[in-house]
Ligand binder design. Structure first.
Ligand SMILES: Cc1cc2nc3c(=O)[nH]c(=O)nc-3n(C[C@H](O)[C@H](O)[C@H](O)COP(=O)(O)OP(=O)(O)OC[C@H]3O[C@@H](n4cnc5c(N)ncnc54)[C@H](O)[C@@H]3O)c2cc1C
Ligand SMILES: NC(=O)c1ccc[n+]([C@@H]2O[C@H](COP(=O)([O-])OP(=O)(O)OC[C@H]3O[C@@H](n4cnc5c(N)ncnc54)[C@H](O)[C@@H]3O)[C@@H](O)[C@H]2O)c1
Length: 480
């Protein structure tokens, strides 16, 4: 067994780990980056990039299918599944190639291959070959897709999103389980590429939405295009020749059996923290076994251990992994004099169509933190001018503002160009703008942003009213 001594050890060479390694080095410290799997990051290999490539192909097919409504007839449309997957894979490999090039610029002595686990609060063992003694450690181990054990018994045709990007052709049919972001993005893309898709939702959730009105609209709009089975449990999956036989049970107890080429488990991802021997790290864990940490410093308690990215399960997104990694790496370098880093206004986008975005404080969080102290404005896109011009007049935006200060707090939406409207609104939120200040900004015509203005005007009207249920202040109400 070899022993290495270093200032900072980073576990995981994904987006968070690379960012942490660079920040630790920039802080003037020696650092090692330990990776057990392939280099290239989840985002580039099997996440953000290949999924958006598949969606881009689906959008091309959908544009042709939608063209006749404009009086444009593209003729016989043929989807060449092998060509679709060939482009997805070759462009994906290009993105992975950039990451691999970056890895080559990291000195060999800073890179270690193998699975790291704690043997003490400042010591790791990598496979059976190296002991790393580190003054500070960053956990950036990412997350893995979940598949219930009983589904795994049905064999290799029960897959996760990882497997989709290894396909060399499109299958005939896929059952997608889960109406989270992955289920909706991949389910809709495959549907638009001519694959028979059914999406099973055990409840009524849709992507990251928490506002009941936006959620109901999203279920209605997406349900109009896709075969989504809400309130339907997957009861059993069994192999059946070259296919899988899926038995589902709806809310009324009605059973249904259908055959699919694949079942795609999109029921969430779990942080990779359970094979780290965290009990030897001497840090406090929550009830799911995830280290407790300060979200501004990424420090676990007062220890020399930091965490970043999907591993902490706070908001498992690429931009968050990069930000958190930078904060964790910089603080590992300057430990014990840790400093709060920049945490931005939360922003999420689901690239289904219509797109779904949330930003700032979500509706559910506001109900808990701002009960009786926030107002809601809304716009439906059904009659919004530009959206109607483009035949993308579906969805709804709900915006939230604070009584008294008039500050803009956040929004949830499904609708056209949500990725762009989400950015616009999250920038206003982070800048701490009031609703009135936002309405003073320029709005061109005809643009979907005029829909945002309608929602903000509605919010301004609501904010000018009395709060719905004034909360008496117990300390200053006479007699209390
Ligand atoms: C299909 C899909 C689509 C997505 N689309 C988007 C999107 O559009 N936008 C967006 O913002 N986000 C998206 N995401 C989420 C995004 O990809 C992740 O949030 C991000 O990649 C997480 O980065 P990370 O560094 O935390 O994890 P990773 O990149 O997974 O890195 C963790 C690394 O740690 C290694 N590791 C784990 N345990 C150990 C150990 N014990 N020892 C050594 N190494 C270890 C792993 O092998 C891995 O390489 C998507 C995810 C998926 C799956
Ligand atoms: N555009 C993006 O930014 C993007 C795209 C893809 C993934 N991601 C990230 O990846 C993460 C994981 O995505 P995901 O879609 O796998 O998870 P998710 O947590 O978003 O959704 C999981 C879904 O599965 C359902 N579910 C859970 N257990 C189930 C069960 N046993 N049977 C049936 N349904 C079940 C849940 O109710 C939920 O609808 C997301 O949280 C997101 O942060 C982001």
């Amino acid at each position: 067994m070899k022993t290495i001594r270093t200032d900072v050890a980073v576990i995981g060479a994904g987006s968070a780990g690379l960012s942490a390694y660079r920040a630790a080095r920039a802080g003037g410290k020696r650092a090692v980056l330990i990776e057990s799997g392939p280099y290239g990051t989840t985002c580039a290999r099997v996440g953000c990039m290949p999924s958006k490539l598949l969606i881009a192909a689906a959008e091309a097919a959908h544009a042709l299918a939608a063209a006749p409504a404009f009086g444009v007839h593209p003729g016989q449309v043929r989807i060449d599944g092998e060509a679709v997957m060939a482009r997805v894979c070759s462009e994906r490999d290009r993105f992975v190639g950039f990451v691999l090039e970056g890895m080559e610029h990291i000195p060999e002595e800073d890179k270690l291959r193998g699975h790291a686990r704690f043997t003490g609060p400042r010591e790791l063992q990598v496979d059976e070959h190296t002991v790393v003694q580190a003054e500070r450690i960053v956990i950036a181990t990412g997350s893995s897709p979940m598949v219930p054990q009983e589904w795994q018994l049905a064999g290799p045709r029960v897959i996760t999103s990882d497997a989709v990007f290894d396909w060399t052709d499109l299958p005939r049919s896929v059952a997608v389980v889960g109406t989270g972001v992955i289920g909706l993005e991949l389910g809709q893309a495959l549907h638009r590429l001519g694959v028979r898709v059914a999406i099973y939702a055990r409840g009524g959730s849709v992507a990251q939405l928490g506002d009941p009105q936006v959620l109901a609209e999203a279920a209605r709009v997406l349900g109009a295009e896709l075969d989504i089975r809400f309130q339907t449990q997957v009861a059993h999956i069994q192999p059946d020749g070259e296919e899988l036989l899926l038995t589902s049970r709806d809310a009324a107890g009605q059973e249904r059996r259908e055959r699919y080429d694949y079942v795609l488990s999109a029921i969430g991802r779990k942080p990779n923290v359970h094979a780290l021997n965290l009990e030897l790290a001497q840090i406090a864990l929550d009830r799911r076994g995830i280290p407790l940490y300060d979200r501004h410093t990424m420090q676990c308690g007062s220890s020399a251990i930091f965490i970043a990215g999907d591993a902490d399960d706070e908001l498992p997104l690429l931009a968050e992994a990069a930000d958190q990694g930078k904060i964790a790496g910089a603080n590992a370098a300057r430990f014990p004099a840790v400093q709060p880093g920049l945490r931005r206004t939360p922003l999420t986008v689901a690239f289904c169509e219509p797109q779904i975005a949330t930003l700032g404080a979500g509706y559910q969080a506001l109900c808990a933190s701002h009960s009786g102290r926030f107002a809601v404005g809304m716009v439906s896109f059904s009659n919004q001018g530009r959206s109607r011009v483009m035949r993308q007049n579906h969805g709804m935006l709900r915006v939230y503002g604070e009584f008294g200060s008039g500050r803009f707090l956040g929004a949830e939406m499904i609708g056209p160009r949500a990725e762009h409207l989400g950015h616009l609104l999250s920038w206003a939120c982070q800048a701490g703008l009031t609703v009135d200040a936002m309405l003073d900004m320029p709005f061109y015509h005809p643009v979907v942003e005029e829909g945002v203005r309608t929602a903000l005007r509605d919010l301004a009207v609501q904010l000018a009213k009395e709060p719905p249920s004034p909360q008496p202040c117990p300390d200053c109400t006479p007699g209390t």
